[in-house]
Ligand binder design. Structure first.
Ligand code: MN
Length: 198
């Protein structure tokens, strides 16, 4: 079955005032839909058409070369945004606890140090991309990626990501990407993030 945009797990305006309704409508209904339509078009009729998108991205080398870039960009767009909606919640914010908090403290020294590193990765990502909290097999790390590349294609497990494409913040925050990232912490769904711990 072709991929579909999953419904938002909350209302379009539920993340206000941190993430505005107009951005959520465009981002979910238009941008995410476009990624889905394009990856479906690229994989239609191939043996990969029914594969879970994470499996496709884990092994991009298996995609025919003439379709690989389209699948990488748009399949990545589909997977990244499907995760991103779930990593946010109107009940989000605050600080993680339990095993996730222990792993963050272990890797970064403190929650504040982790947040600073994630923000730095997002602010310094030149052009469009994402900043990620990943598990690399031995522990947690912060990385950034260009375009719609997902760490899963490098063998890492994404636990949390922040979309720093201009379409994610420009309507409300204009060119102020750091302010968007500061506000975004208020909607991070830590219990959902913790589910990704291996
Ligand atoms: Mn986006």
């Amino acid at each position: 079955m072709a991929y579909e945009v999953p419904p938002l797990p909350y209302d379009y305006d539920a993340l206000e005032p941190h993430i505005d309704e107009a951005t959520m409508r465009l981002h979910h209904d238009k941008h995410h839909q476009a990624y889905v339509d394009k990856v479906n078009g690229a994989l239609e009729g191939t043996e990969h058409a029914d594969a879970p998108i994470a499996d496709v991205l884990r092994n991009l080398e298996a995609i025919p070369q003439d379709k690989r870039t389209v699948v990488r960009n748009n399949g990545g767009g589909h997977y990244n945004h499907s995760l991103f909606w779930e990593w946010m919640s109107p009940d989000g914010g605050g600080e993680p606890d339990g095993d996730l908090r222990a792993a963050i403290d272990d890797a970064f020294g403190s929650f504040d140090d982790f947040k600073a590193k994630m923000k730095e990765a997002g602010v310094n990502q030149f052009g469009s991309g994402w900043a990620w909290l990943v598990h690399d097999g031995s522990g947690l790390a912060v990385v950034s990626s260009a375009n719609q590349d997902n760490p899963i294609s490098d063998g890492r497990t994404p636990l949390l990501g922040v979309d720093v494409w201009e379409h994610a913040y420009y309507l409300k925050y204009n060119n102020r990407r750091p302010d968007y990232i500061d506000a975004w912490w208020n909607v991070v769904n830590w219990p959902k993030v913790a589910e990704g711990l291996p």
